[in-house]
Structures are given as structure tokens and as C-alpha cells.
Design a binder for this molecule. Sequence first.
Ligand SMILES: Nc1ncnc2c1ncn2[C@@H]1O[C@H](COP(=O)(O)OP(=O)(O)OP(=O)(O)O)[C@@H](O)[C@H]1O
Ligand SMILES: *[C@@H]1O[C@H](CO)[C@@H](O)[C@H](O)[C@H]1NC(C)=O
Ligand SMILES: *[C@@H]1O[C@H](CO)[C@@H](O)[C@H](O)[C@H]1NC(C)=O
Ligand SMILES: *[C@@H]1O[C@H](CO)[C@@H](O)[C@H](O)[C@H]1NC(C)=O
Ligand SMILES: [Mg+2]
Length: 427
Amino acid sequence: MKPLSANLFALLFLCALASVFYVWSALESRLERHKRRFSLPGGGSLHQGLPVDLSAKTFRALLAVPPAQRPRLGARLDAHNLTDQPVPAGSGDLHVNVGKRRAAQREGPVQPGSPVDGGIFWSEWLEDLLPVGFSEEYARAWRQKARTCRVVKLEPGCGRISNQLATFADGTRACVRYGINADQVQGETLTYYLAALLGITNLPPLALSQLSGDGEQWADVRTRIGGLQWSERAVVSLTEWISNLTGVVTPAPLRQDSGGLRPVPAELRNRSTAELLELMQWSDLVVFDYLSANFDRLVSNLFSLQWDSRVMERDTNNLLRTPRGDLVFIDNEAGLVHGFRVLGMWEKYHSSVLNSVCVFRRRTTQRVAELHRRRDSRQRLLELYRDSEPLSQESGFLSDEHAGVLQDRIDRLYKHILHCKGKYGQL
Ligand SMILES: Nc1ncnc2c1ncn2[C@@H]1O[C@H](COP(=O)(O)OP(=O)(O)OP(=O)(O)O)[C@@H](O)[C@H]1O
Ligand SMILES: *[C@@H]1O[C@H](CO)[C@@H](O)[C@H](O)[C@H]1NC(C)=O
Ligand SMILES: *[C@@H]1O[C@H](CO)[C@@H](O)[C@H](O)[C@H]1NC(C)=O
Ligand SMILES: *[C@@H]1O[C@H](CO)[C@@H](O)[C@H](O)[C@H]1NC(C)=O
Ligand SMILES: [Mg+2]
């Protein structure tokens, strides 16, 4: 008996050590990435000369979130307004043919009329100006191509060494992500389909591929794959490579010491149309990263503020912009799986960012309201994933626990939207 419990104790101790190490290494890899990002040519680093003291004052200021106000009584009724025009999630052709009008108008002066209506929604005239990013139809066609087209070249150009820039036989390109652990490709993929479920079209199309798959897709780059020490059995993700992307700095209303992104006409009226369109996409980004608990964008910047007070003046991680002004959300591998695993560490930042936004895209709130009402986010995500991705069986799905976390976040987001509706709905 005694040796048994001693062994058991030893095992538990090892498990505890392992978990500490896991959390620590997640943190470490973030810190490492930040270091890489800020290191200067010649071995210098922006870290030099920065206060290393993670002062409690900075830390608290960072976490300061105004206490959420209770929704007014009217909020309950108003809630129906979120759902009165249900949009079936993950379906339909998202193409909008207002390209020319849009191109002229987004450069032009601010439109007459308020940028918000219904209290908390971006106005319809703004929605009409925003190009659909990667429509569902476009994504479907791209996936089809990406699954079969031969890869003729693999080279650096997509970040870390485990991400390679692939060139297809037709000359188009994709970023290939080889997951160092199973969470990564799964997180990237499921997060992509969560966006589809929400009608968010800022993510480049994504498809899975097996390196050993039948067909000769990878035959031309076998040597390179061997050199990278990638396992032949691995399932990798391919995302469309987009040219001419540039960095994006977090807009003022979403920085730590601003009043947040609120549907207050006085705060929005003097902004250019291009600025408003960008803020509108940011409101989707905040919702999306909250639901998927992706800390690897705005939230990691907030975190870095502890030792880098000017981090907000630099480009936001994993966010890029096309020359036309569309935001492109890349590298979502921290979403849903890893993000949920390390939620304890990041949740206060996630909530703080979400609470700073009270203006939303109508369509996004409709989908959130629907997923809240039907409580079927797990089912919907699973169906969409299975129907769209032939390799879904190989890569696995959310655990029941994580599916519960997702539904819970949808419910919380819904409550937050109601809270905003209660607070600003009468304006
Ligand atoms: N789909 C894409 N289209 C165009 N460029 C891309 C795409 N994906 C990644 N990149 C380029 O590769 C860079 C790194 O991408 P990504 O964030 O996916 O990799 P990473 O290894 O996480 O790098 P980092 O540590 O810098 O975040 C991006 O900043 C961008 O320049
Ligand atoms: C929806 O909102 C409008 C005003 O925005 C209001 O007049 C109407 O009563 C609301 N409907 C419901 C069902 O709450
Ligand atoms: C990217 O920029 C180059 C050089 O400015 C230009 O020739 C090309 O058309 C651009 N491509 C896209 C897709 O915008
Ligand atoms: C726009 O309004 C904000 C808030 O009232 C103000 O701080 C800012 O200076 C204004 N910007 C311009 C260009 O007028
Ligand atoms: Mg990245």
C-alpha cells in the first residue's frame, strides 16, 4: 500500500510539474516571439533600457476594466431586435456587387448620416461600402484547388521555419503550417470554420492536406520535406498567400487608455469613411478573438505593455491589411484549442478587450444571438467542418469540455451585446 501511494504521489507531482511547464512554455514562446519581433539588427534589442520591473501599477492599470453595468430593463425586449432578421449561418453567397460604387465612396468624404444606427450597430451605408473579404464561394473553389494542385516549391516566407511558403504548379502560393503539436493545426482550422459560422470573411481560405496523401501533390518537394524533418503522415494546413499586405496598428479607441469603441456619434462622426470601415472590421475581430480566446493578436499586445510601453504603436500581431483596406486575420492557431487550454492566464485580457467594444456589425450579432438561442455551436461547427473538409476525421474536433467553453463564451458575448443595447439603445 505504502509504495503504491508513494508512486501515485510521485506521479501526481510529475503531472503538476508538467502542467506548470506547459503553461510556462506557452508564455515563454510568446516572450520569445516578442523578443524576435523587437530585436534589432546587430544584436541590439529594444528590451535594453526598458524597465524590467513589471510594476504592479502598470499591471493593474492594464487590467482595469470599468465594472460592467447591468442592462436596463428594456434590454430584454430589445434583444428580440438582435434576432429579428435571422441569417442562416455558414450559408449563402456572400458576394456583394457594389465594388465600383464602393471604391469611389470609400476614398470620399464622410457620408451624411450617422455611422451607427439601432443604438449599437454599424450603419447600413457603411456595411454597403465594405467589400466582402473571401466569400464562401471563393473559398470553396480555392480549397478545391489547394487539395489537388502540385506543390512545386517550399521555401521560407511565412514566418517561423515550421511555416513554409508553398508555390503551386499554377504559380499561386500558400502558407503551409506544420503543427509542432496537434493543437496548432486543429486550432487554426477550427477557428477558420468558426469565422465562417459567424459570417466573418477576413480569413484567407484554408484547406488541410496530408503530406503522404495519395496523388502526387507533394512529390516535387519530398527532399525539402525531409530536410525540414516533417513527418510524412502529418496533416498540414494550407492558407492562401495574399500579396501586398502591410501591417496594421491598433486604432486609438482600442488602445488601453482610451474610452473604448463606443457607438457615440460625437466620437465617430468626424472619422473618415476609411477609418470607419476599418473600425467596423476591428469590431468583428474583437468578437472573433474573444470567442476563440485567441491571445495572439490584440491581447498579447496588451500583455506586452507590461514591459514595452510603446507596443501599441507597432503593428498588431497576425493582422494585415490589403491595399484596398480590408483587414486579413492570419495565424489563428492559438484559437479555440490552445487558447482554451491557457484561458486562466489570459481571460482577464480577453474580457477587458471585449468590454471596450459596444458597436457591432448587425450580421455578426444576429449569428451570435442565434448560436446563443439554439445552444448548438458545437453541432454547427462540427457539421460545417465535416462538410467542408475531407480530412476532418484525421485532425479531430473540440473536446466536449472545450465545446462547452465555446458555447459559454457565445452566451457571455450575447449578454455583453445586450448590455450595450441597454446602455446605448436609446441614443
Ligand atoms: N496568407 C498569407 N499571405 C501573405 N503573407 C502571409 C500570409 N500568412 C503569413 N504571411 C506572412 O508571414 C508572416 C508571418 O506569418 P505568421 O504569423 O503566420 O507566422 P508566425 O510564424 O506566427 O510569425 P510571427 O511569429 O511573426 O507571428 C506574416 O507577418 C506575413 O508577412
Ligand atoms: C426594436 O427596436 C425598435 C427601435 O429600435 C423598437 O421600436 C421596437 O419596439 C423594438 N422591437 C422589439 C421587439 O423589441
Ligand atoms: C501588388 O503590388 C504590385 C506592385 O505595386 C502591383 O504590380 C500588383 O498589381 C499588386 N497586386 C495586387 C494583387 O494588388
Ligand atoms: C474627432 O473627435 C475626437 C473626439 O471628440 C477628437 O478628440 C478629435 O480631435 C477629432 N478629430 C478631428 C480630426 O477633428
Ligand atoms: Mg504569427
